[in-house]
Design a protein around this ligand. Sequence first.
Ligand code: AMP
Length: 304
Amino acid sequence: MGNLLVVGSVAFDSVKTPFGEVSNVLGGSATYFSTSASFFTQVDLIAVVGDDFPNEHLQFLSSRGINLEGLERRPGKTFRWRGEYSYQLNEAQTLETHLNVLETFRPKIPTPFTTPTALFLGNIDPELQLDVLNKVTRPSVVALDTMNFWIDSKRDALWKVLEKIDILIINDGEARALGQDPNLVQVAKTILSRGPKTVIIKRGEYGVLMFHHKGVFGAPAYPLEAVKDPTGAGDTFAGGFMGYLTASGNYSESGLRQAIIFGSVMASFNVEAFSLDRMKRLTREEIDERFRAFKHLTHFDNLS
Ligand code: AMP
């Protein structure tokens, strides 16, 4: 089993969907990512929270085996995000972003974290993503996620870090904004020409497309009877994807495809409830069962 290092946000989220509303619940890109990845591999977390962050949340992350040595607690308020989804549930409308302690955060990497097997630069300021990348021995896989907030406000810094990574994991709307083209194939081509060897575009309920020089792979989203809250689906996908990849060490085409399915399986659980509520009671057996159901969903050859 390898060590997966992640940097990203740990947050209080307030979310409204057509199926309910929650305030100041546990969220953040690194929280969803780490929790999801922890089902597959050892996760080392780099993030910051304020002095308002309750022990209960820390205990949950610890209970998942996540190493919190790099989780800094500083005077001030934890990062807060407020978003709303329309009936279609595909894209969040950001209503408020309060960076709070994230605004002055300078990641410190504990020595045991400096030689990771894999690195995930979660949704956070691209300057911080680059800072973390520069502070570790470069692992064989570095993946990155981002969002409109950073594409709009720190485009140049974002391209600078993108040039140094292997896998970009991004949602469709954000990919279009980054590539400045409505066509995802063209967008993927542009991004692939500038550094990353693989681009994974998340398309919400329509699934995922993976582009690289060998071609393209597509996976649907698992069809669910009830989707309550898509918040964190992207990070949970990335956590399953990177967690599986780190544990297997198989970066071949088939290894990447399997990782995509594990990522999709994890995301499918996360959207069944608000915050990390579904992840808190998820078992490895349920993951494996849904992986098999996913295989059946997409299989069409030699059915007997
Ligand atoms: P996802 O739905 O996977 O794209 O990610 C949702 C998570 O991203 C939420 O839990 C938010 O707390 C977090 N988030 C939203 N905006 C930002 C931002 N500008 N920087 C870092 N994290 C953010």
